[in-house]
Design a protein around this ligand. Structure first.
Ligand code: CTP
Length: 398
């Protein structure tokens, strides 16, 4: 799957650098071309000769080892299809996040316009430091693919989160990015729970964190697609994000983007009802022991899209578009999901069991069942929302 691909591996100075020798071999076994650059500190953990032998290429360390008319960092950046920084130390992560170019590796990343995977590895307390967390978040929001470090026994003697993720994961991630279909699609993805105002200080909403929808948007983007995320959660991403609040705002944005979409995924938790009359002033407490709010139905955005698609297909005015719904259930998951896919008329429905605390709402993990309109069912076992997102995209595109 990686045959002929040009992989650029950047190694920074952490103990996990020794593991990268095996990573190079794994890429070479797949017939990929591997080039390696190191920070000077990385050479405290691995030798240039080892890396050179394994990659069968000269290893870059100094920025001014000029062999060509092009500055070295520009040649590296131009040649590679993907760059993987592993291990990425706290120092290197922070330099990249602030645009510092004080060695070959940081200069190359700065000039790199193609996908970059960053696999951090460090002591758990360093990883926990809000400055480092902030830098990682910043990089993720700029489109860098961050591979979460794992928990376990660390080389420094601590037990905690900070180990380099598995080498298989790095390889799979690179393969997924490099083998994305190549045919660019436009994905419109909704995320988060809608907020329905009652008065200027109160609202009706739900516990959706938006993480599943954002993970789907990130994955679709990493696979080279055009992505529009319509979200109630404030996020900064390198693709288009439309911030919305209520179900009606979301419907307006979705309807507009649907026009040119190839695939729409309604991962948002849309409030079914809103107050009939929103008060312009704060509602004051009265002497009564109860207060009645009259609620009216919100539009069913998903159902509306499916009906629109059907009409447009009948009139042959639009190409087929994949419509995916989500289904949050606290009981009788499959039974309700089967009924819902019929009722809504979508192509796929991703069923979520929201009664479980270890998955779903606000968790970083999920476990879902994918139903398709022909009655097919596929269960995806518990995994991170990013992994689930990748599987969902694979299933809906097959
Ligand atoms: N949905 C929507 N508009 C609504 C309500 C839901 O587009 N007004 C979408 C959601 O984004 C999701 C799917 O419909 O993709 C199913 O949402 P869910 O809350 O599970 O179902 P509901 O139709 O709201 O039915 P119920 O709450 O009764 O289970």
């Amino acid at each position: 799957m990686l045959s002929g691909k040009n992989i650029l591996i950047g190694i920074s100075g952490g103990i996990a650098a020794y593991k990268i020798c095996e990573l190079i071999r794994m890429f070479k076994r797949q017939n990929a071309n591997v080039r390696v650059i190191c920070t000077p500190n990385a050479l405290n953990f691995v030798t240039k000769l080892t890396l050179q032998n394994l990659s069968q290429n000269e290893v870059g360390i100094q920025e001014f080892d000029v062999a060509d008319f092009k500055p070295e960092h520009i040649s590296y950046a131009d040649e590679a299809d993907i760059m993987i920084i592993a291990p990425a130390t706290a120092n290197t992560i922070s330099k990249i996040a602030t645009g510092i170019c004080d060695n070959l590796l940081t200069s190359v990343v700065c000039a790199f316009k193609k996908p970059v995977i960053i696999a951090p590895a460090m002591n758990c307390n360093m990883l926990d430091n809000p400055v480092i967390q902030g830098n990682l978040k910043k990089l993720a929001s700029l489109g860098y693919k961050i591979l979460e470090p794992e928990s376990g026994f660390l080389a420094c003697g601590y037990e905690g989160k900070g180990r380099l993720c598995s080498l298989e994961k790095i390889l799979e991630e690179a393969a997924a990015i490099l083998n994305s279909t190549g045919t660019k699609k436009k994905y419109v993805i909704t995320a988060g729970g809608t907020v329905e105002d009652i008065d200027p200080v109160r609202y009706i909403s739900n516990y959706s964190s938006g993480k599943m929808g954002i993970a789907l948007a990130d994955e679709a983007f990493f696979q080279g697609n055009d992505v529009v995320l319509i979200s109630t959660v404030d996020v900064k991403r390198p693709y288009k994000v439309i911030k919305v609040k209520s179900a009606q705002d979301m419907q307006n944005a979705v309807n507009e983007e649907f026009e040119t979409a190839d695939c729409i995924i309604m991962a948002a938790a849309v409030a079914d009802y809103r107050v009939k009359t929103k008060s312009d002033q704060k509602i004051k407490k009265t002497n009564d022991d109860s207060l009645t709010l009259e609620l009216i139905k919100n539009p069913d955005i998903l159902k509306g899209l499916c009906e629109r698609k059907k009409e447009e297909m009948l009139k042959q005015v639009k190409h087929d578009r994949i419509i995916v719904g989500f289904c949050a259930e606290s009981e009788n998951l499959l039974e309700n999901a089967r009924e819902k896919i019929q009722k809504k008329g979508c192509d796929f429905l991703i069923a979520n069991d929201i009664s479980r605390k270890d998955i779903g709402f606000s968790s970083d993990y999920n476990e879902v069942t994918i139903l398709d309109k022909t009655g097919g069912i596929k269960k995806l076992e518990r995994a991170s929302k990013n992994e689930i997102a990748r599987e969902i995209l694979k299933e809906i595109n097959e």
